[in-house]
Write a protein that binds this ligand. Structure first.
Ligand code: DQA
Length: 147
C-alpha cells in the first residue's frame, strides 16, 4: 500500500512569494506544493498538501489524520509559537510529525525560538526554505520504510 503524507501549512504561508521575501524567499506555496508532489511521486508516497489561516481548521485536519495518513509534515507558521491546541491535536493523533520552517527560527526573534509543535515532533527542519519540505518527505519515506 502507498504510504500517505499530509503536509499542513499554517497562517500567512498562502502569501509566500510576496511575503517578506528576504526571510521566506520568492517561491510561492504553489511552487512548494508542486515540488512536493514531484518528490513524493519519486519516493512512492501519496501526498496531500493543505494551508489554512484558521487554528481550528488546522486542529480539525490533524484530528482527521489519525488512521488516514502515515506521516504529518507541519509548518504551523506563527501558531508554532502560540498554539497549545495544535500541540494537543498532534499529541492525540498518533501520527509521526516532522516539523518544517522555511526560516531558521533560532536565528530570529526570541519569541520564535520556542515551538509547541516540537514537543510532538520526531524532528525539525528549519532554515532551508522550500527545500526543507522535500527533505521532510525523504525523512517520511525512510520512517515508513523502517517502521
Ligand atoms: C515560519 C516561522 C514562523 O515564526 C512564522 O510565524 C511563519 C513562518 C517559517 O516557515 O519560517 O509564519 O513557520
Amino acid at each position: 500500500m502507498t504510504a500517505s503524507v499530509l503536509v499542513l501549512n499554517g497562517p500567512n504561508l498562502n502569501l509566500l512569494g510576496t511575503r517578506e521575501p528576504e526571510t521566506y524567499g520568492r517561491e510561492t506555496l504553489a511552487d512548494i506544493e508542486a515540488a512536493c508532489t514531484r518528490r513524493a511521486e519519486a519516493l512512492g508516497l501519496a501526498v496531500t498538501f493543505r494551508q489554512s489561516n484558521a487554528e481550528g481548521e488546522l486542529v480539525d485536519w490533524i484530528q482527521q489524520a489519525r488512521g488516514t495518513h502515515d506521516v504529518l509534515v507541519v509548518n504551523a507558521g506563527a501558531y508554532t509559537h502560540t498554539s497549545v491546541a495544535i500541540l494537543d491535536a498532534l499529541l492525540a493523533c498518533e501520527v509521526p510529525v516532522i516539523e518544517v520552517h522555511l526560516s531558521n527560527i533560532h536565528r530570529r526573534e526570541d519569541f520564535r525560538h520556542h515551538s509547541y509543535v516540537s514537543r510532538a515532533a520526531v524532528g525539525m527542519i528549519a532554515g532551508l526554505g522550500g527545500h526543507g519540505y522535500e527533505l521532510a518527505l525523504e525523512a517520511a519515506a525512510r520512517m515508513v520504510e523502517t517502521g
